[in-house]
Design a protein around this ligand. Structure first.
Ligand code: URA
Length: 271
């Protein structure tokens, strides 16, 4: 029993509590006591110690440097920063220093891209997951292995393709990014596409397709069709196909994805 009469949770219950709250990996080797950080706002004083169940999930005070600006200001900052990046290296450096998206504070590292910046084909997913967050590279987990096989199906590999995500930081617990987070990150991926300047852009799954190809239609309707993606300086042929994570859950759609990949290979041959 603790001070307010609730039974103390055991380790299994505590872990279940954290998992439910989206805490499924450690951010660092050593714990950080946010409450003792000097520039943190003072937490309200409680008369009695709270039980773990009463603790708010985001209870620790957030240091001022980790408080993201309001979404409109962050979107304006992102547009300005992305616009001024003359190269991919500088875009990456700008993102490393960009404090407008709170996802940066919970992610382990930035997941910018993998593959060849000179590639003629660029794949864009939604957001990094746990494995990508650990390695700092997109699509390295189970769905990444399937993406590699999809790329191999058109006779290529990562040395001849460029891979990125709409969101470059892992959302905590792999939750869906909010519309604000997506809008804040959008100017950066748009600039990344412009700088890579591929002949074919492939959006993987609904979120990436709807965000980049400005459609509200679902993947069943959008997949396998050609879209025009306007970078501002050039129109790129774009095709949506299933996200590999979706194909892992629903393998019967691999046949359709194969058809999409055939069309993509043909377009690459012709351009
Ligand atoms: N899913 C994505 O959309 N991107 C990754 O990098 C990994 C999984």
């Amino acid at each position: 029993m603790d001070l307010i009469g609730e039974p103390k949770p055991n380790v299994r219950q505590l872990l279940a509590f954290y998992l439910e709250a989206g805490v499924d990996c450690a951010l660092a080797e050593e714990p950080v006591d946010r409450l003792s950080e000097t520039d943190a706002p003072t937490a309200p004083v409680r008369e009695t110690a709270p039980s773990p169940r009463q603790l708010p999930i985001a209870a620790p005070a957030v240091p001022r440097s980790e408080i993201a600006p309001p979404p409109e200001a962050a979107i304006a900052m992102a547009r300005e920063a992305a616009r001024t990046a003359p190269t991919l290296e500088e875009l990456r450096a700008l993102l490393e220093n960009f404090d407008g998206c709170a996802l940066k504070n919970t992610a382990t590292r930035l997941v910018f891209s993998d593959g060849n910046p000179q590639a003629r084909i660029m794949f864009v997913g939604e957001a990094p997951g746990r494995d990508e967050d650990i390695e700092g590279l997109p699509f390295v987990g189970r769905s990444g292995k399937l993406l590699d096989r999809m790329i191999a199906a058109i006779g290529l590999d990562r040395s001849k393709a460029y891979i990125a995500n709409v969101i470059p930081w892992r959302p905590p617990g792999n939750r869906t990014p909010t519309p604000q987070e997506t809008q804040i990150c959008l100017p950066f991926i748009q600039r990344q596409i412009e700088l890579v300047n591929p002949d074919v852009l492939v959006t993987l799954g609904n979120p990436s397709t709807q965000t980049l190809l400005s459609t509200r239609d679902g993947i069943m309707k959008t997949r396998g069709k050609w879209f025009d993606y306007d970078t501002g300086t050039r129109t790129i042929r774009a095709m949506a196909t299933f996200h590999p994570a979706y194909l892992l859950r629903s393998p019967s759609y691999k046949r359709m994805s194969w058809q999409d990949l055939r069309a993509i290979a043909k377009a690459l041959e012709q351009s």
